[in-house]
Write a protein that binds this ligand. Structure first.
Ligand code: NAP
Length: 142
């Protein structure tokens, strides 16, 4: 237990600083749902993929390269689909969108982990709007 956890109170949802992904998804049945998670090979992204798959969702798990995505998915369920998507490279994003559309998958949610939305300033495409703040974006697609 961290010191901060002792001071922070749970929010209106009943969840708080110490709540885990397992806690907040307890009792959810995500069978038949398809969700795409960016930055699947590390940190929050990996944990999000792991828990969504545990709850029965088909998870499209993206990482900057196919090798990273495959390595991350190797220990997870067969319903986790690895896909390359480098969010700093527009052609990589378009290829990932095409791959999802070609499979005919309809997304129920798109979960963008914070770090994966950042664009390195040296590699920032001029026509692309990028956020430098660590904001997790969860978009419901229904
Ligand atoms: N972990 C926590 O408990 C926690 C809690 C609160 C806040 N945060 C904040 O949330 C942020 C992320 O934390 P984290 O622990 O998940 O970090 P992390 O372990 O470093 O993961 C970042 C992920 O984003 C990916 N990524 C980076 N640039 C990308 C790009 N251009 N395209 C696609 N993917 C890209 C990374 O891929 P590569 O491996 O290829 O670089 C990696 O998979 C940080 O700012 C952290 O301070 C984390």
């Amino acid at each position: 237990m961290s010191l901060l956890e002792l001071f922070k109170r749970p929010g209106a949802s009943g969840f708080g600083f110490a709540s885990t992904a397992d806690d907040v998804t307890q009792g959810l049945n995500l069978q038949g749902r398809t969700m795409l998670v960016t930055g699947c090979n590390s940190g929050i992204g990996y944990e999000t993929v792991r828990v969504l798959a545990k709850r029965g969702a088909r998870v499209i798990a993206t990482a900057r390269s196919e090798e990273k995505a495959r390595a991350a998915c190797a220990a997870l369920s067969a319903e986790v689909v690895p896909l390359a998507c480098d969010l700093a490279v527009p052609s990589s994003i378009r290829a990932a969108v095409r791959a999802v559309k070609d499979k005919g998958w309809r997304l129920d949610a798109l979960i963008a982990t914070p770090e994966s939305w950042r664009c390195p300033s040296s590699n920032r495409p001029s026509a692309t709007s990028c956020s430098s703040s660590p904001i997790t974006s969860v978009t419901s697609c229904s």
